[in-house]
Design a protein around this ligand. Structure first.
Ligand code: ZN
Length: 266
């Protein structure tokens, strides 16, 4: 019998709202000992994924899952929202998909987890690489090792291009929804309660699409910098900005150490 994602995923995983403070997400990850948090909108649709590496790359100080943050570090982290540093429009999977396909996606794109969604794109589970390894372990106990697949890892620039592509699609979808809802508001005669629901729908979407558009611009600036060979070079010390920081903050022009100096200076 084919193993499905549902057999190995963690159902109803902890998630975080896109407008939550990054610090809150960090505390939640440390509390639960988890490395990834799906990011959801008000309707529980998956719009992003936040990893502990994203926070490590973004926060202007050393982040360790075992050391509590100092009060002044917590102060420096206050400005970051989850939506500022998460990966937008992540790859997702469904519970019915074969585990084999999902595991291949994890391996090919070198991602740590796949949010599991239903037909309405609402979060129902999460499949982590640890889950996939558990499944592999079960398989290996019965069968000889399969031939090694050809590695197709993504570099930073490829990852940014891929996120850009998915984000453009997601934005177009949201803008369509917004247009439909706005058009509905203009129609008459309408039931008042129904109209209020549509108006609230637009209000829910607007800040989110604005933030998604901002992320898109940051990614496009990073890709442009990459074309000119400037991506990942710190403006202050000319040192290297690590890829984990640029994945979290594509617009970063300072390395963590220089950002820390700048933050401490005021
Ligand atoms: Zn620097």
């Amino acid at each position: 019998m084919t193993s499905r994602v549902r057999d190995w995923m963690t159902p109803d995983p902890v998630a975080v709202a896109e407008d939550a403070a990054a610090l809150e997400a960090f505390d939640r990850m440390v509390d639960r000992g988890i490395r990834h948090l799906p990011v959801i909108d008000a309707q529980r649709r998956v719009i992003g994924i936040l990893s502990i590496d994203d926070l490590r790359g973004a926060f202007p100080f050393e982040v360790s899952a075992v050391r509590p943050l100092a009060p002044e570090e917590r102060d420096q982290a206050l400005d970051y929202r989850v939506s500022d540093v998460m990966t937008w429009a992540p790859r997702t999977t469904t519970a019915d998909l074969s585990l084999e396909e999902a595991a291949r996606t994890l391996a090919e794109h070198r991602i740590g987890c796949l949010p599991v969604v239903d037909a309405e794109e609402r979060l129902t589970g999460i499949l982590s690489e640890t889950d996939a390894l558990r499944a592999l372990d079960a398989l290996l106990r019965r069968e000889p090792p399969p031939p090694k697949p050809a590695g197709a890892g993504e570099g930073l620039v490829e990852a940014l291009w891929a996120e850009r592509e998915r984000l453009v699609e997601q934005l177009a979808k949201w803008q369509d929804t917004e247009r439909v809802l706005s058009a509905d508001i203009g129609d008459e005669p309408r039931d008042r309660a129904e109209r209020a629901t549509d108006e609230r729908g637009v209000a829910d979407l607007e800040p989110l699409t604005a933030r998604a558009a901002r992320r898109l611009r940051a990614i496009e600036r990073a890709l442009e910098a990459a074309e000119h060979g400037r991506l990942g070079i710190c403006e202050r010390c000319q040192g290297r900005i690590p890829a984990t920081r640029l994945r979290a903050l594509p617009e970063a022009t300072l390395c963590v150490r220089c950002a820390r100096t700048a933050a401490e200076a005021g």
